[in-house]
Design a protein around this ligand. Sequence first.
Ligand code: ATP
Ligand code: F6P
Length: 460
Amino acid sequence: LDTLILPLSVIFDLPLAIYDRHVITLILSTKHIDMNSSTRIACVMVGLPARGKTYIAQKVCRYLQWLSVSTKVFNVGNYRRKLHGAHQMHSFFDPHNTEGESARKEAALEALKDMIKWFLEEDGTVAIFDATNSTRERRCMIIDYCKKYDVQVMFIESICQDESLILQNIMDVKLSSPDYKDMDPEKAAEDFRARISHYEEAYETLNEMKNESDYTYAKLINVGSQVMINMIQGYLQSRIVYYLMNLHILPRNIFFSRHGESVYNLEGKIGGDSKLSPRGRKYALALPELIKANLGDQPLTVWTSTLKRTIETAKHLQYPKLQWKALDELDAGVCDGMTYEEIEAKYPEDYFNRDEDKFNYRYRGGESYRDVVYRLEPVIMELERQQNILIIGHQAILRCIYAYFQKLSQDDLPYVKIPLHTVIKLTPKAYTCQEERYKIDIDAVDTHRPKPKRPTDVSN
Ligand code: ATP
Ligand code: F6P
């Protein structure tokens, strides 16, 4: 081996997070390509129907978009429906049905063309090509096509032999697909199973013995309980693999709460490390009952920042606790400890600029929301791995984490309402997160500043 085998980020991260849960087979890579401004990666999904490909595609897309990597999913099913109609029965997917076969190829080619167009015209970085791509011939066609445009191809194969999970997936998401709109659910499930059988007939798993040894791929077996990786190149691909290794689909809840009202909140000051106000302390006392009413005896871990107000808020919760420095509030630099009015008087230009582009505005000597997103990346990674978690955090921090789960844009993120004395409960579902909010009846100040309405420029 003459060059780096695996990016160091993967090697260093693995023992911390992965070894306890996964068997890892590493098929060694001899390539190393660094990410640069022209990096273009097509993540090509592989696998039988109902193996979670779309789920994985959506998750990876959200993770990368949240990290400001330009990412887009190209779902071939949508192209198929557009070109050939939504109500195709299982025979359409029979590999012996030549008409169906060429119609499906046509849909794949249309999606591929659009994907390349997106790379070229919109300067995309990661495209996720979501289809079964279940034969070597189809994968070879994709590789050849992408090579012409200097697009790296990384296959992500999902293999699942758990019949009950596949059935569950059919019930959860396939019956509500546009393919089966207005159809009797039993008939739809039967048809979908017949569709899977057709794909099984032609399916060829990624195989290094059969001319696919130099393909870049990650194979996830039984929801990532085993992961095989081959020829992973560069930082971005290794981040994607690491993210995939941490995904699970066990039912769980993620709770968010800001700390109880603090002395600084009462005084209208930002930042600092003040203690709770008397009303904040009451909130801390009331919190355990609310959590218990929601979770019963289920296990939970509580994460706080290293600041006094979150630790004090967690004080009465009888669960394992963990302090994260990464969860400390956005650093307001020279403005730390000031009120918004003081900032406006002392730094009027900064104050104005912040509302012009709040996501990117960096306080003098402090941080921007963008900076906070980057420092929260390990928190997100760990959240994906964990089960029930309660994060007791701060306004800006919880906005960033909430925006990841609820797929909010960078414009909306810094203005999300995360009120004091309110618990937000997120329950991840197949492609979305269900949300409930519980307000505890203890008054607190409102620290939310809406985006000021500026008079529109009518000069031209
Ligand atoms: P199709 O080929 O019909 O589009 P698909 O493989 O894209 O099917 P999804 O639509 O993604 O399947 O299925 C979603 C369901 O898969 C979700 O309910 C999710 O919990 C589950 N799921 C997620 N990851 C996996 C996995 N690695 N293996 C099996 N199921 C998974
Ligand atoms: O006011 C409470 C607080 O947590 C401050 O410490 C922090 O600077 C602020 O909220 C973040 O909110 P915004 O980004 O809207 O100023």
